[in-house]
Design a protein around this ligand. Structure first.
Ligand code: ATP
Length: 235
């Protein structure tokens, strides 16, 4: 049974169709990339999974249980966390305070354990724990957003365009970090414009076009696919 199963989702904003037939799965421990041009419906899809938008039709099953239409706080408790596009760290709070914001629903002992894990996973953040998040570099802010997403100890972490706005070298570091997180048993679904790099670390990927999934395959298959090469890789 897949960890996450999305079937035929649909969503319209005031009658304007954004998603009209999105289906895919994420298996336990996998990194899955969700690709597609601007406006293809990727963000709308992950917002539905995270409970920020209510699907107008279709199904979302997590660990075999129906999830569609559940509010975000229920979804987080079931084990799914979304790191939204644009990082959205609190610039006037310290690194430590930002991380604490990621686990306000946890009992304090669990929050302490999550913090210890965060410092071990991200030593650069540990060194900067008392710095204001707004003073960090873009790459460090994305690292902080990732670390904050992990504070609730999700089984599935959803990342919406994590590499957006990062320098090429930082992008590589970030993907390396994401791959490392996945080796610790956290499944990852990421929306990415950076098709080449994301498919290199993803076990599988899906392509969305005009609100539908039009293609799916392993990272290797998609990297070698003519349509993907023409549409996204400029080859
Ligand atoms: P991007 O990479 O640009 O974020 P995307 O693939 O994530 O693209 P969505 O953001 O899901 O796509 O948008 C899908 C469609 O829905 C687009 O046509 C977009 O203009 C529209 N849309 C998204 N958000 C809203 C909104 N809040 N109100 C109205 N239309 C919206």
């Amino acid at each position: 049974m897949p960890l996450l199963e999305v079937e035929d989702l649909a969503y319209s904003y005031n009658g304007i169709v954004a998603v009209r037939g999105v289906s895919f799965t994420v298996e336990q421990g996998e990194v899955v990339a969700l690709l597609g041009a601007n406006g293809a419906g990727k963000s709308t899809t992950v917002k539905m999974i995270a409970g920020a938008l209510r699907p107008q039709s279709g199904h979302i099953r997590f660990d075999g249980e129906a999830l569609e239409g559940r509010p975000s706080h229920v979804v987080v408790r079931r084990g799914i966390t979304l790191v939204p596009e644009g990082r959205l760290v609190f610039p006037q709070m310290t690194v430590l305070e930002n991380l604490q914001m990621g686990c306000i629903i946890q009992p304090s002992a669990q929050a302490e354990a999550a913090l210890v894990r965060a410092w071990a996973r991200f030593p650069r953040l540990a060194e900067r724990r008392q710095q204001l998040a707004g003073a960090l570099s873009g790459g460090e802010q994305q690292m902080l957003a990732l670390a904050r997403g992990l504070m609730s100890e999700p089984r599935l972490l959803i990342l919406d365009e994590p590499s957006l706005g990062l320098a090429p070298q930082r992008v590589q570091e970030l993907f390396q970090m994401i791959a490392t997180v996945a080796t610790t048993g956290v499944s990852i679904l990421m929306v990415e414009q950076n098709v080449h790099q994301s498919l290199k670390i993803a076990q599988r990927g899906y392509v969305l076009e005009k609100g539908r999934t039009v293609k799916g395959g392993t990272g290797e298959e998609l990297l070698a696919d003519d349509f993907i090469r023409r549409a996204f890789l400029g080859r």
